[in-house]
Design a protein around this ligand. Sequence first.
Ligand SMILES: [Zn+2]
Length: 294
Amino acid sequence: MTRHNVFYNSEFVSSDFAFDTTRKSGALAAALGDDSSATVVDPGHFTERTSEIIDRLHGPEYVLAVRTGTPSALAESQGFEWDPKLPTMATAHSTGLVAAVSEVLTSTSRVAGSLSSGLHHARRDRGAGYCTFNGLAVAATDALDRGAERILVLDFDAHCGGGTRSMTSSNEVVQIDVSTVKFDSWEPSAAQDSLTYSGPGSYIDDIATALQHAGRAGTFDLVLYNAGMDPANSGVSKADLNVREQMVAEWAAERGQRVVYALAGGYTGGGITMEDLVALHHLTIDAFCDETER
Ligand SMILES: [Zn+2]
């Protein structure tokens, strides 16, 4: 088993508003402290760089609202109650991804993760679906700034990544999405893009087809993998989610593909405890630990 770095600091869980998106990364980081699968690294020194990219990508009125809490309808458009630490929390989830992009594009590490969620539904001028700033679009922009020319967003969160597609250019960013819920759906406009609706009965077949499609789309300077575990909330089994993570990690390893992954969705309730949720997200980390040595 080969270790890789996963980025996280206490700012990820700093908002007063307690919800899986603003708390689960802390529980997972604590669990990682006890084993040897990954090293938790503080991305804090990328905060300023990240804030600058957020200022470029998101509308000024929206960014100001998130930072000040006013107007509240805009500041709380992601569905959270605003408090002064909410902008810190939201920025941190993008900062972890920027740190991970820096790591895989400027070092010998092929894989890095960030314990980030609440990303892919955010639009330029508003939040949506628990997503405040679009950290995937932020990470893609940072990669382009660093000289990447072609990026794949692989979005296997249960929900569609329409926010990310709306904030990135099809000329530079290919998006391949397998979803079990139609929220935030988007219309593929480029031949290489795809959006597949799946469910427990066909999930692994649909993931395999999506990865074949990604393989035919050529090579990428970076893959941003939105590794949501919320298909579990749609009835996809933990065993199938484990197979999915092994498939993605193997697909990337076979191609020597640089990967940055984010936790993305995954929720307690309906019989899923925080301990269960941590175990689900751990599948992603373990799969990439197994594959980084290839
Ligand atoms: Zn989701």
